[in-house]
Design a protein around this ligand. Structure first.
Ligand code: NAD
Ligand code: TDX
Length: 370
């Protein structure tokens, strides 16, 4: 039986990882450490909160003493580090929080792990620090350039990606210098349940339902490689089980899409849903599809993101050949599942959008944080 400390487990990918792990490995113990920033949502963990092998701790990864005490008292052997400031646009508007959490926060975790696992000798051999990172550290590609491999030089372009690159280097340094058992994964764009509606796919989905403008940056030709979030969890699982210490692994969907094509696809899938389910017209009267109109009439090309990376693409040869990784969910299937999830979980996104889940946290987290 393993005991995992999952940082940022109340966020989008972290929560999906917790659900994946507790389903796959029900005998393991999982502790989530999360500061519940605007992006963290305790409701994302509601399905597991009552389990005796789960614990939620409300706290900051920058609190090194708290992390050390959790590692000791819970006898943690595996730390999976998701906690971060993750939205590129916010990093452009205000980089400070990104440097604080993504760089200093990661360093705080590394210090705590080294102290407890190596200096104090709890799990001196059998420990793992897994760092969750992004393909954005490699910078941008032209349409012709080959996809990012693990050997591509780092060239981060936004304050977000620069802060993630710095954290990747710190993780590398703690392995090289101190011998901490680390692995890192650099993943492409994720989508799926619990995705915070400031990011492209949930934002577009919910704006269509409400008949609001769909803001497409620039001319919409920027390209991202999309991966269903459960397939990211599966990739991390393989790295934890079979990955080489000190190694980095790229995880991706080999699934490149122009932003404008994704937006048009979601417009079309919502129209299909409305055509087969009359009740949606009553629930979402402002959606163009409710009046039999085209959803893509909502598209508006807006001022581009400053420094907007043109294209990301991941070469997954290494993780495929070394660890046998292959995504399980096709894009068509994943995007339909995601749309269904948003239609089935209106309470979740309404609370996220009107901020009332923050009130809910204030009254309820004390009971959940134990
Ligand atoms: P998210 O913004 O949805 O969630 C981040 C979580 O971290 C939240 O629960 C937040 O409360 C928590 N957090 C933030 N600061 C904290 C702090 N100081 N202490 C403790 N908890 C804190 O992010 P996400 O999209 O789930 O991304 C998770 C990780 O995966 C990040 O490291 C991100 O860089 C990486 N990543 C994301 C994507 C993507 O497409 N979203 C792709 C590749 C890699
Ligand atoms: O309103 C929008 N309009 C738009 O055209 C938004 C929010 C985004 N976009 C574009 C910008 C990007 O080219 O869509 C693309 C995707 O944007 P985001 O959802 O903000 O994701 P991105 O900037 O690609 O970063 C994401 O993937 C890599 C995550 O937020 C990062 O945390 C992760 O590391």
């Amino acid at each position: 039986m393993a005991c995992l400390l999952v940082t940022g487990g109340a966020g989008f990918i972290g929560a999906n990882f917790v659900h994946y792990w507790m389903n796959e490995y029900p005998a393991d113990r999982v502790i989530v450490l999360d500061a519940l920033t605007y992006a963290g949502n305790i409701q994302n963990l509601a399905p597991v909160n009552d389990k005796s092998n789960f614990r939620f701790v409300h706290g900051d990864i920058g609190d090194t003493k708290l992390v050390e005490s959790l590692l000791r008292t819970e006898n943690v052997d595996t730390l999976v580090h998701f906690a971060a400031e993750s939205h590129v646009d916010r990093s452009i508007a205000g980089p400070d929080a990104f440097l604080e959490t993504n760089i200093m926060g990661t360093h705080s975790l590394l210090k705590a792990a080294r102290q407890v696992w190596m200096t104090e000798g709890l799990n001196p051999q059998n420990h793992r620090f897994h760092h969750v990172s992004t393909d954005e550290v490699f910078g941008e590609l032209t349409p012709e350039e080959p996809a990012f491999t693990e050997k591509t030089a780092y060239a981060p372009n936004s304050p977000y990606s620069a802060s993630k690159a710095a954290s990747d280097f710190l993780v590398r340094a703690y392995h090289h210098t101190y011998g901490l058992n680390v692995t890192t994964s650099n993943c492409s764009n994720n989508y799926g349940p619990y995705h915070f509606p400031e990011k492209l796919i949930p934002l577009v989905t919910l704006n269509i339902l409400h008949g609001k403008t769909l803001p497409v940056y620039g001319d919409g030709s920027n390209v991202r490689d999309w991966l269903y979030v459960e397939d990211h969890a599966y990739g991390i699982d393989l790295v934890l089980k079979k990955g080489k210490l000190g190694e980095t692994y790229n995880i991706g969907g080999v699934n490149e899409w122009k932003n404008i094509d994704i937006v048009r696809l979601i417009c079309r899938l919502v129209e299909e849903k409305f055509a087969t389910d009359e009740s949606l017209k009553t629930r979402f009267p402002d959606c163009p599809a409710s009046r039999g109109e085209a959803n893509d009439s909502l598209i508006s090309f807006v001022t581009d993101r400053p420094g907007h990376d043109f294209r990301y693409a991941i070469d997954t040869t290494y993780i495929r050949d070394e660890l046998g990784y292959k995504p399980k969910v096709t894009f068509e299937e994943g995007i339909r599942k995601t749309l269904d999830w948003y239609l089935d979980n209106e309470d979740w996104w309404r609370a996220v959008m009107d901020g009332s889940y923050q009130d809910w946290i204030n009254t309820n987290y004390a009971q959940m944080s134990r």
